[in-house]
Design a binder for this molecule. Structure first.
Ligand SMILES: [Zn+2]
Length: 199
């Protein structure tokens, strides 16, 4: 399916239809690791309805745990053509571990993965200890115990990550080992085999 046709497909929900969730797609502007707008005129504020329902549950859980805080979606549906650009941008670097090989396909391209952070009641992003798409070990959830022990990550920053993670897990998402901001729904292989990739 082409990204241009997603709006007419009932499997996808627009993020604006999900209450209490803020959206700032970083690849739709120059504030990203590539340094330019990758989405252009494409509207990428879409998710598969299964991820959309999970996001709604996550937002409700966050509201319970941290009143007046909101989830901020940083990336959602990422067309395969953009995934190819991200992959090519990192050619010849060791940073490709942070971007799915287009040959396999990113779960973002199925609308089943989300990148997010949390906004405080004043609309400011919580301090997660490292920035979105900061491709260093400080961003790895798997290494948080080590970063806490060394002081690289403060207990407050770790607590902010836990707030995000617990909300998304309550919504049915799973996090990954090397990016605190990335969450996906269902098993990757299952998604790649049974869901429609957006090109
Ligand atoms: Zn992601």
């Amino acid at each position: 399916m082409r990204c241009e046709d997603v709006a007419s497909h009932t499997d996808f929900w627009h993020l604006s239809a999900i209450p209490a969730v803020a959206v700032d797609l970083r690849y739709a502007g120059a504030d990203n690791f590539v340094g330019r707008d990758l989405y252009g005129t494409l509207d990428c504020a879409w998710v598969h309805h299964l991820a959309g329902a999970g996001l709604r549950r996550a937002a409700a859980l966050l509201e319970e745990r941290a009143p007046s805080h909101r989830l901020l979606v940083l990336d959602a549906l990422r067309p395969h053509r953009v995934q190819v650009q991200l992959w090519n941008h990192l050619a010849g670097t060791e940073l490709r571990q942070y971007v799915a090989d287009p040959a396999r396909g990113s779960i973002h391209s199925f609308g089943m993965a989300l990148d997010l952070t949390v906004l405080d009641p004043q609309g400011r992003e919580l301090d997660m200890g490292s920035g979105y798409d900061e491709m260093t070990e400080l961003s790895h959830p798997q290494l948080e115990a080590r970063h806490l022990a060394s002081g690289a990550l403060t207990p407050a920053q770790h607590g902010n990550r836990l707030l995000l993670r617990q909300a998304l897990e309550a919504g049915g998402f799973k996090g990954i080992a090397n990016e605190w901001w990335h969450f996906e729904m269902l098993d990757r292989q299952h998604v790649r085999q049974h869901f429609t990739r957006v090109e």
